[in-house]
Design a binder for this molecule. Structure first.
Ligand code: GUN
Length: 295
């Protein structure tokens, strides 16, 4: 039997419609949620993510401001932009697009962001608060995965979830969030990574598999229990001469084969991807509500 396709694009549209209505209400109270974006260098993928973020802000009624710096920008120049965003009352959320050309700067740049404006949820204060189950900005991709599960009626309570990938942006926060006493949550969670010895054995026990690796065909049909739910976070560019851009997007999951075995699966594109930007908007709106003390 073919799996149900979990349509992240449609779920994202629903959430964006809710946010748009919320923003209209906030504007009546004199509050326009604002996002400040810093892009350093001209990596094409980063460039296209930033453009998509700005377009999403515009469509949802948020204010956005983009600052672009050349790849050669110094640490001080980058920090000056972050400081200016921190001090600017029009800016409720700050996003420094990663990776930075000099990745050794990343952690200290993230730590320079005011945690109250850290809508990516990358600042150690927000990571710590999330770990403790306190109110915090949740990182956008894990937040989006939780929303897909919740809005698709997939129960995580008591389920065995296997998360493949241990990145700070996706794998580790998801393991933490899904194990919390919350809904979605209350799952028994196994984390797999490059050093895991018996990955297929573990994934075959999973009620829900989340793949966040960054490598196509990491999850094949033989690794999936019949009826499992499969969430594919991977966004891999694979060469395709027939595509206009010369590439197409592929997830971490062998979609065609796994879709014959799973009960539900997210496609790539159109699954988790559209949710990430949507949760960034949601975090920015939440920040504006908190910062301006409105209802
Ligand atoms: N690069 C890839 N994903 C992300 C993200 O979620 N936030 C930021 N700032 N950069 C990214």
């Amino acid at each position: 039997m073919a799996a149900k396709i979990l349509d992240g694009k449609a779920i994202a549209q629903d959430i964006r419609a809710e946010l748009k209505a919320r923003v209209t209400e906030l504007k009546k109270q004199g509050v326009v949620p604002g996002l400040g974006v810093l892009l350093v260098g001209d990596d094409p993928a980063s460039r296209s993510y930033v453009t998509a973020k700005e377009k999403a802000c515009e469509e949802t009624g948020l204010y956005s401001r983009e600052i672009k710096l050349p790849a050669t920008a110094s640490y001080k120049e980058i920090l000056d932009v972050v400081k200016a965003f921190n001090a600017d009352n029009q800016i409720d959320g700050i996003l420094v697009q990663l990776p930075l050309p000099d990745s050794s700067m990343e952690q200290s740049v993230i730590e320079a962001i005011n945690p109250d404006k850290d809508v990516d949820g990358f600042h150690p204060v927000n990571v710590g608060r999330m770990m403790l189950g306190l109110p915090a900005f949740l990182p956008c991709t894990p937040h989006g995965v939780l929303q897909i599960l919740k809005r698709s009626g997939i129960k995580t309570d008591g389920a065995h979830v296997v998360v493949i990938g241990r990145s700070n942006i996706v794998g580790r926060p998801l393991v933490n969030l899904l194990s919390q006493k919350s809904d979605p949550g209350n799952a028994t969670v196994t984390m797999c990574h490059t050093r895991t010895k018996n990955m297929a054995e573990l994934t075959r026990q999973a009620d829900i598999i989340v793949a966040a690796v960054g490598r196509p065909n990491t999850v094949t049909a033989d690794m999936v229990k019949p009826g499992a739910v499969v969430i594919d976070v991977g966004v891999n560019r694979v060469t395709d001469a027939t595509a206009k851009a010369g590439f197409r997007l592929k997830g971490d999951v062998d979609f065609e084969a796994v879709a014959q075995k799973a009960s539900a699966i997210t496609p790539v594109p159109g699954g988790v991807g559209p949710m990430t930007i949507t949760m960034l908007l949601a975090n920015t709106v939440e920040s504006a509500v908190r910062r301006h003390g409105v209802k």
